[in-house]
Design a protein around this ligand. Structure first.
Ligand SMILES: [Zn+2]
Ligand SMILES: [Zn+2]
Length: 337
């Protein structure tokens, strides 16, 4: 295993196991430093112990590099691989097996930690045929939401990444677009039309009264521009907690079914949104679903298993899940709305 590969694998496994960002960052930074180093210099520094004099390389990352260069599996990595052998959650395997893509992930263009190509490569490496890049929209300034100009530039970058990656995987264009308080969408209509997939989510004024929130969500999911309703209740648990937004769930899910908008099953461990009782109601309403990672780092792409386990528990059939569809079917659906 190449040193860069070993460092990236360590980072992936740490992200997957919800390790704190600062711990992961050391390995991602070290990988970036090593990648730019001539092979000869790398070997010399590993031999004379001077790797740690490089900015961004510490004792543990230098250890991984040195061990990888000797041709052995680094001990630190071996330990992580062993822990990763155990499943993250019980159940969900059949649905996970059926997944072909992911409709919701972020890059460092907004609040993700990794570049676009790195995210695309990681999605391909876990077996996906496609994934949709959905960075935030302008109003979400704390997450560096993309202005129309930045989003236009991002479309060119996605095209370059696809050319680089070649056949067998497609990075699709998209956005996680804020649903404004009145149900309007936080991006230029012409741009939303050009994107392959639009996820629309509420990130502000989550506590508005139920009738207003119902109108807001129905307006968004009824829009022909919107394909997926992201994390519909906005609830958070774990560290930072936030109660569910209140709305008439049956009315919102009926609108999703009526207008062919998928209800997202958000797989982030602190979200797991919608909760099971609402997931069952969305199922009864006849809605489609998207099981999404909402990954902000490569290792988090593996979190889809959490959503799969919940979907399976609630009896969601694979064919109602758009993330099990081939890219062409997904694009037909999203384009025909
Ligand atoms: Zn969101
Ligand atoms: Zn997101």
């Amino acid at each position: 295993m190449e040193p860069v590969e070993a460092l990236e694998r360590v980072a992936f496994l740490l992200e997957r196991s919800q390790a704190p960002t600062y711990r992961v960052k050391a390995f991602r930074t070290a990988a970036a430093v090593i990648r730019d180093l001539p092979d000869e210099e790398l070997r010399r520094r590993a031999a004379d112990g001077s790797l740690t004099t490089l900015k961004g390389i510490g004792p543990s990352t230098a250890g991984v590099v040195t061990e990888a260069l000797t041709g052995r599996a680094p001990g630190y990595l071996a330990k992580l691989e062993e822990a990763a052998g155990a499943p993250l959650v019980q159940g969900g395997l059949a649905l996970r097996e059926a997944l072909r893509g992911d409709c919701h992930l972020h890059s460092d263009w907004s609040d993700g930690g990794s570049g676009i190509e790195e995210m695309a490569r990681a999605a391909r490496a876990i077996g996906h045929e496609w994934a949709v890049l959905t960075d935030h929209s302008p109003r979400l300034t704390i997450a560096r939401g993309l202005s129309p100009d930045r989003l236009r530039r991002q479309l060119d970058v996605v095209a370059e990444v696809n050319a680089e990656l070649g056949d067998g995987f497609r990075l699709l264009t998209g956005i996680e677009c804020d649903i404004l308080a009145d149900g309007a969408l936080d991006q230029e209509e012409e741009l939303l039309e050009r994107l392959d997939v639009v996820v629309a989510s509420v990130h502000s004024k989550l506590r508005m009264d139920a009738p207003a929130m119902t109108r807001r969500l129905v307006a968004a999911v009824a829009s022909p521009l919107v394909d997926v309703l992201g994390h519909c209740t906005g609830r958070l648990y774990g560290g930072r907690t936030r109660p569910e937004s209140e709305f008439d769930a049956d009315m919102v899910f009926a609108a999703c079914a009526r207008f062919g908008t998928a209800v997202e099953i958000n797989s982030r461990p602190e979200r797991l949104d919608p909760p099971r009782r609402l997931l069952r109601r969305a199922l009864d309403a006849g809605a489609l679903f998207a099981i999404d990672s909402d990954a902000h780092a490569p290792g988090q792409l593996d979190w889809q298993i959490y959503g799969c386990a919940r979907a399976e528990e609630c009896g969601v059939p694979a064919d109602r899940v758009v993330t099990t569809w081939p890219a062409d079917r997904l694009l037909d659906w999203a384009g025909s709305k």
